[in-house]
Write a protein that binds this ligand. Sequence first.
Ligand code: ARG
Ligand code: GLU
Length: 718
Amino acid sequence: MKIIRISITIVLISMANLLFAGDGMWLPLLLKALNEGEMQSMGMKLTAEDIYSVNQGSLKDAIAHFGGFCTSEVISDQGLLLTNHHCGYGQIQSHSTLENNLLKDGFWAQSQDEELANPGLFARFIVRMDDVTDKILAGVTKDMDEKERQSVVDKNIEEYKGTLRLKEFHDVIIRPFYHGNQYFSFQTVTFNDVRLVGTPPESIGKFGADTDNWEWPRHTGDFSLFRIYAGPNNEPAEYAEENVPYKPKHFLPISLDGVEEGDFTMIFGFPGRTNQYLPASAVEQIVETLNPAKIEIREKALAILDEKMRADEEVRIQYASKFARIANYWKKWIGESQGLVKTKAIDKKKRFEEEFKMKNRSNPSNVSLLPQMDQLYKANESYAFTRDYFSEVASRNIELLSVSSILGRLVNRYENNGEDAYNGYLGRVKGYLKGFYKDYRPDIDQEVFAALTEMYVKNVNPMYVPDELKNIKGTKGFQMLASNLYGNSFISNEDKMMELLDLEPTAAIEKLKMDPAYMLSSAWSSMIDEKVNKPYNENKAQLDELQRKYMQAIIETFPEKRFYPDANSTMRVSYGQVNGYKPKDGVCYTPVTYLDGVIEKYVPGDYEFDVHPKLIELHESKDYGQYADTNGQVPVCFLGSNHTTGGNSGSPAIDAHGNLIGLNFDRVWEGTMSDINYDKSICRNIMVDARFVLFIIDKFAGASHLIEEMELVHPKGE
Ligand code: ARG
Ligand code: GLU
């Protein structure tokens, strides 16, 4: 039986009749068929071909996946690359020492030979993308089970890749879309010599830190500058001093004319993951069970860290970045749950499902997909809950246990792959541990351990509690356990641990296996693997199959609607407008913030809201040059209704003509549920205004040589 091919490109209905819903992360190569008309009706002056073309330079040639986790864009003909400060954070930190603290003071290379190399960092462009569904699903039939289907798909992918003759640094990535109903291939070219050019100090690049994270009004200059270097003939090459700046096929000119409410905006980048097509039952589970568990655990851990950080400046420095990481998603999940409730996402999904069932009343196999999914989500609930609970407690928040599990991997290398594999991995583990202990306080971690293991035992089904924790009673009991464990473990002590790793592998492993933290970690995780992950994954495989069929059925049931594929770290375009929003009754946010607002938030000496004296001076003298808005102020951030998610950080905000107007770096808190249920009324992305970026480079840093290599334009003729 031949499978039914869904062709979304045939859904070429009259778009003008559709009200723009605002959401969507669209595939650049399908814009012509699906979006061009609508984008132009919203004010865009470009064609789909200007955005994505295989034959000539187009916007896509200026967009690079930055290290695989963020987006970046080329803004000069010499490979100058713009991304967020929080995307370049690891590199900026790695070049920082106490004496030469780039995080604190910022950094501006005065010439190209001062630009700093970053081993391991890459910038990856998309050369072309193609619909390869027919090739990848060839031989797949409806009656195959999931295993068979996957093995045919895997074989087809291998075969297809084998037919391509790729040059060095070129690759092809094949990804499933619409939950496995379609496959697209992406030919990429990767540059491995990407150097740091400039960064503002943290007081600008991270202004407002965790307090302002996910919030509007925002005043963060979240940007940093890198440069792509190439070898001979402008081809990618490994780092070499003699490499030269890359000449891009396209770079983005930068608009000096700024934005007004209602202006067309487009975000071009690599969004990571969304879940737009979950059934109501799955959303309900997220709101009622999974998010609350994760939030509760992080809240506890953050409270402990916060208290310690406030009491001791050294601890604050050691834990600032860990705290930020834990707080980021803690805050996101709270906003997400609240937003899902506020926008009645579950009811909305239920109504959609009723309509789906109605329209499919003569197709019982489609109708049955929903109850089947509901039942499986229910069956998987306690596994999903325990999985999340375990991972938050043992892998993400108790440092001793997460390090133990890395050591567990080292032991596995030895036992499964032998001594060479062990020795190969050992160097990496030692390198990791060196960085780890620098910022590690066993006394603080011990407190986190006691509090979180107590929560685990209280909230998780006793079936999934490891023996070591079973008979512990009361807060005191957990504190005693923690004190014993941390007192007796090698792992919580840097010197003992490093000494242990210098032993012969067999002796080291023997000692490790006697370590109480190691023993707890390995017993706990093998129990979870066996009793939780195994059944969870079996259910998950069935759910994936149902979700694929449901996706296909949705598309066939509503041929008049356009559906965009969930984000999967591939290149996408979102579009919308510059727009404020009303977060709640009586409150109305305007879409642009100004430097005046930075000064309003200024708290001298504060680690989140301090302001650099130079910036205060520029504000006082109103020395804004060509970067002020029509009201005479320098804009800092602005809001848009573009659909974005994690991974879109660093994405360019592009105007109607293809010029850079800003840099995406966050979403508003009330709208973080857009990963599951986008709602035009409160989902907004947050961008740094391009003029603020230029103002900081030029007026604050005095790096006018960088401004000179850019192309500044006046598309509005202002
Ligand atoms: N919320 C943004 C994102 O999800 C920014 C995170 C970095 N900033 C911070 N204060 N943690 O990545
Ligand atoms: N800060 C996010 C990132 O690093 C973007 C914000 C979001 O999740 O939309 O990609």
